[in-house]
Design a binder for this molecule. Structure first.
Ligand code: GLU
Length: 561
């Protein structure tokens, strides 16, 4: 409808400009076209992507958000672009205090930083404000413009009216929603509109859709490829009755004026794409490119299902922090599920910075991405094994400070002792370290025998009481903390022989029936008494770390009654 055309057929003839002023009477709105100058094109090199994370401040930030944020961050940074943070706080009911800080801190913990946006103090923060509630003037200016152009209108329908419409549509088996003949307020006359407003009736502003849902277009999604998208025909709400925009309207305006080039968001938004395309068109904006990411799934028995907030603690990012996963391990794991080529590249370039990988949004998975915690654990073990024990100590001590028990905190205060334990568990050869440490929590379980003197080793011996006692007593009588490994082992052999074990592996091999067990079985008895398990890292070193007094006490406690 051309601008300025007279609207309505009632007694009051009003031009649309006047009507728009009645509907949106704000006096502080500026000419919407001015925003084009205020938020100019960014002038980045060709191909540079501008991406954003646009969370609602609900306080729950999950693995899917991190997955998406990593895709955003990589897409921006491999192309020399900008990754910014916008807070979608239009829904006051869902707002949780401290949620923005928590998003920023969580992402920072995993090594993701925003170049621009909410709370960033960046020098390029020219495209703000980055909180939607602070942008209401912009949205209202554009809503007014759409009313002036005959492409938006006020709707006074109450909840009951909408309920009636829904009931009618259900009865007629028609698509639900506010459209066509069901859009009761679409053709109100100016006098009806003015009368309603003067009577103080609350109203929302709706888009006057010109689409036909039977008409379909091909659309190229960056991840999903070519998809068929019907035209939108719904007169969706663009401003709610409190004057705040809906997600749809704010998305079109913000991503245009913040000059987003690529919108990466969950596939649950695909069904809203027709609305967004119509909004961009009616606003006269060029839409960004869209990349709809697939949901994260997990195996549940034989079948795959979506990760669920209720059932799967691993969906929450807090899980990875409280368990003590190395952040870089989580990021590298996410890279393997973001781009399947990453793993092979990384195998070939094990010492490269993972950020050197040439990430491509178009290579992201088209459907259900399988999240496999065991694989993450493997990566985590591998990552930790490549670190210096001193750095592992630093990471674990920080984890213990934030998430450990009081006992963990106390243990980590003794850095010297912890480094000895780490050297023992990881091995001293910096070229080939053992891959036994997975997470902070698992480390405390793995090493609990160093700290807990109260376990009961009795249950685990596989040899007669008499042999066990002779073995332990003989060895305890000979033990000297200053012995090196070979002197220590010579004493194990002496005790083994006294208890009826073979002192030499070769003797045992030649005639196993002559002994109650081998020398390693004999050492296993000591191991059980000291650590509670017949398997442990080097026992001589464990005993040195424990010290003579605790070692002997444990040996004594390990005797069979
Ligand atoms: N605020 C939306 C959400 O949290 C953002 C979706 C988008 O990225 O456009 O789901």
């Amino acid at each position: 409808m051309p601008e300025g055309i007279l609207y309505g057929t009632g007694d009051i003839i009003m031009d649309l400009k006047e009507l728009a002023k009645k509907i949106i009477p704000d006096t502080d709105l500026i000419d919407p076209d001015k925003y084009e100058d205020q938020y100019p094109e960014r002038g980045l090199p060709k191909g540079a992507e501008v991406t954003r994370l646009a969370p609602s401040p609900t306080g729950f930030i999950h693995l899917g958000n991190l997955y998406s944020a990593l895709a955003d961050e990589r897409a921006a940074h491999v192309s020399g672009g900008i990754f910014y943070l916008r807070i979608e706080d239009t829904d006051a009911k869902r707002k949780v205090d401290g949620a923005v800080e928590s998003v920023i801190n969580s992402l920072r913990y995993f090594g993701l930083k925003f170049d621009e946006g909410a709370e960033t103090q960046s020098r390029t923060n020219f495209y703000g404000p980055y909180y939607q509630r602070k942008r209401v003037k912009i949205y209202r200016a554009f809503a007014k413009k759409l009313i002036e152009e005959g492409r938006a209108y006020p709707c006074f329908c109450t909840e009951e009216d909408l309920g009636e419409i829904r009931a009618l549509q259900t009865e007629r088996k028609e698509t639900p929603g506010y459209y066509g003949e069901y859009a009761r307020c679409r053709n109100l006359t100016p006098e009806e509109i003015c009368a309603n407003i003067d009577a103080g009736k609350p109203y929302v502003i709706r888009l006057k859709s010109m689409g036909d849902s039977n008409v379909k277009h091909t659309f190229k999604d960056v991840i999903k490829g070519e998809i068929t998208v019907p035209e939108n025909s719904q007169d969706i709400v663009i401003l709610k009755s409190d004057g705040i925009p809906t997600y749809h309207f704010a998305h079109a305006i913000d991503d245009h004026f913040m000059r987003t080039t690529l919108v990466i968001r969950g596939e649950e938004w695909l069904s809203s794409l027709p609305i967004h395309l119509e909004l961009f068109s009616v606003l006269g904006f060029k839409p960004p490119r869209y990349a709809h990411t697939s949901s994260l799934m997990k195996m549940d028995g034989e079948s795959k299902r979506k990760l669920s907030k209720r059932k799967d603690p691993e969906l929450s990012l807090e899980y990875y922090r409280s368990e003590g996963y190395l952040p870089v391990a989580v990021m590298k794991y996410l890279m393997t599920i973001l781009n399947s080529g990453f793993e092979e590249w990384y195998r070939k370039n094990p010492d490269a910075d993972w950020r050197d990988y040439n990430f491509k949004v178009e290579k992201m998975g088209k459907s259900g991405i399988l999240f496999d915690l065991d694989k993450l654990k493997d990566i985590s073990r591998d990552e930790i094994s490549r670190m210096d024990p001193e750095d592992v100590y630093g990471f674990l001590a920080e984890w213990a400070r934030d998430y450990g028990t009081e006992a963990d905190k106390a243990h980590f205060k003794d850095k010297d002792c912890m480094l000895q334990i780490l050297n023992l568990i990881m091995g001293t050869s910096s070229k080939k370290r053992r891959k036994d440490i997975e997470t902070g929590l698992q480390f405390t379980q793995l090493t609990s025998y160093f700290f807990d003197d109260t376990y009961n080793p009795e249950l685990h011996y596989a040899f007669p009481d008499e042999a066990v006692n002779t073995m332990i007593q003989t060895f305890a009588g000979l033990y000297d903390i200053n012995d090196d490994n070979s002197a220590w082992f010579a004493k194990v052999k002496v005790a083994a022989k006294a208890a009826g074990f073979a002192a030499e592996a070769s003797e045992y091999k030649a005639s196993p029936e002559s002994f109650i067990g081998s020398v390693s079985d004999a050492a296993g008895v000591l191991r059980t008494a000291i650590t509670g398990s017949p398997n442990s890292p080097d026992l001589c070193t464990i005993m040195k770390i424990l010290g003579t007094e605790r070692s002997l006490k444990r040996l004594a406690a390990g005797l069979r009654k």
